[in-house]
Design a protein. Structure first.
Length: 382
């Protein structure tokens, strides 16, 4: 099944290579965080060092080590006034030159793509794209309506079914806040893993991590690691908000052949990646008639995520009737506004906005996800 089949979490995980007919157990997950691809890709440029993740525990230890600076009082000097008949000459004041405002560095003019180990240089715009200015203006209104709705410690286990058969489980976690690129960030992760008994036929172990600025709720870093039978994929995307630039690295090993890609290009001021969008929706007002369209950045490309409130309904989840909000979502290609990939989500109608269910139509049948286990977290007060 191709990546373009579906959107979002399913987006990145369910659409990764699902579904080969694999099954998994609800509890067959580890609590390990994915390896940091900033180190895996061995990025030599020091400007990427800031994207290494500092865990909350390390932050606390650093703060504890810091001792408050001792302030030494300087004794005041006695001023002795001397009378003088001569007039005091006025001191000449040398004007202090004004400090020049630091200009925000612009992204490089060239984008380098490496496909099948052959390098191809592509000229890129040197100015911030006009259509991004339009996106920013429209997105600002959406972000103004957004209220953070994340709960560290929260865990979802979602059962994935294809053609009525359980194909696997995804575990989604909201982890403790971290520090990335000088910003405090939310840390969201998901893990898709095949059952041990099935690994003899097809091994599936895929992880996705995204780090989102806690204040603006804009992604800072995204990584995808696929470890499957006959195929390994590493996908790293870094988002530099200061320079409005995304850096993308991709490496795939398949059938003894290694494919690498790299890209550097502009990003809008406001956007989501294809995993963080799932949590962004939780913080938006979801009322009858609400309709949101915002940029989605994935592998250096800009797409538009179009989402609208369909209706409120009662669905059965974990043997209970739950009031849910039904959301229709699909991808739009800028310019053409061509629709591709459609998925329906159900969020709980309470303040928490739990992810309850999803359904995606594919060429043959549909892929469905349903919440089968849930652990509540604790909301961060900003």
């Amino acid at each position: 099944m191709k990546n373009s089949s579906i959107i979002f979490l399913t987006f990145s995980l369910i659409s990764i290579s699902l579904f080969s007919g694999c099954a998994s157990k609800k509890g067959n997950f580890t609590d390990q965080v994915s390896p940091d691809l900033v180190e895996t890709f061995d990025l030599e440029d020091s400007k990427f060092d800031k994207f290494k993740v500092v865990e909350e525990e390390s932050l606390k230890k650093e703060e504890e080590k810091k001792e408050p600076e001792k302030v030494t009082e300087v004794p005041k000097k006695k001023i002795i006034e001397k009378k003088s008949e001569k007039k005091t000459a006025k001191k000449k004041t040398t004007p202090v030159p004004e400090k020049k405002k630091e200009e925000t560095p612009k992204p490089e003019k060239k984008v380098v793509k490496i496909v099948d180990n052959s390098e191809e240089e592509v000229e890129e715009e040197s100015e911030y794209p006009e259509n991004f200015v339009k996106y920013d203006k429209a997105s600002r209104k959406i972000w103004d309506k957004f209220k953070p709705n994340a709960y560290p410690g929260e865990e979802f286990v979602i059962k994935i079914s294809y053609l009525g058969v359980t194909a696997g489980h995804i575990k989604v976690r909201v982890r403790n806040k971290v520090k990335v690129a000088g910003k405090t960030a939310y840390h969201f992760s998901a893990h898709l893993k095949s059952a041990e008994y099935y690994s003899m036929i097809y091994k599936l172990d895929d992880k996705i991590e995204t780090y989102v600025d806690i204040n603006e709720f804009i992604p800072i870093k995204y990584s995808l690691i696929q470890r499957e039978s006959g195929k390994d994929v590493d996908d790293l995307q870094l988002f530099d908000h200061n320079t409005k630039t995304t850096y993308f690295w991709y490496k795939r090993k398949k059938d003894g052949k290694t494919t690498k890609r790299e890209m550097t290009t502009f990003i809008p001021n406001y956007f989501q990646d294809n995993f963080s969008a799932l949590f962004f929706v939780r913080g938006l007002p979801l009322n009858p008639g609400d309709h949101y369209t915002f940029p989605l950045v994935t592998r250096g490309k800009i797409l538009l995520m179009d989402m609208k409130y369909e209706r409120s309904e009662i669905i059965e989840i974990m043997d209970k009737d739950v009031k849910a909000i039904r959301i229709e979502a699909q991808m739009l290609f800028p310019g053409l506004m061509q629709k591709k990939g459609r998925i329906t989500f159900w969020y709980s109608a309470d303040d928490v906005r739990r992810i309850l269910k999803f359904e995606a139509k594919v060429k043959i049948g549909s892929i469905e996800g349903e919440l089968v286990d849930y652990k509540a977290g604790q909301k961060i007060e900003l």
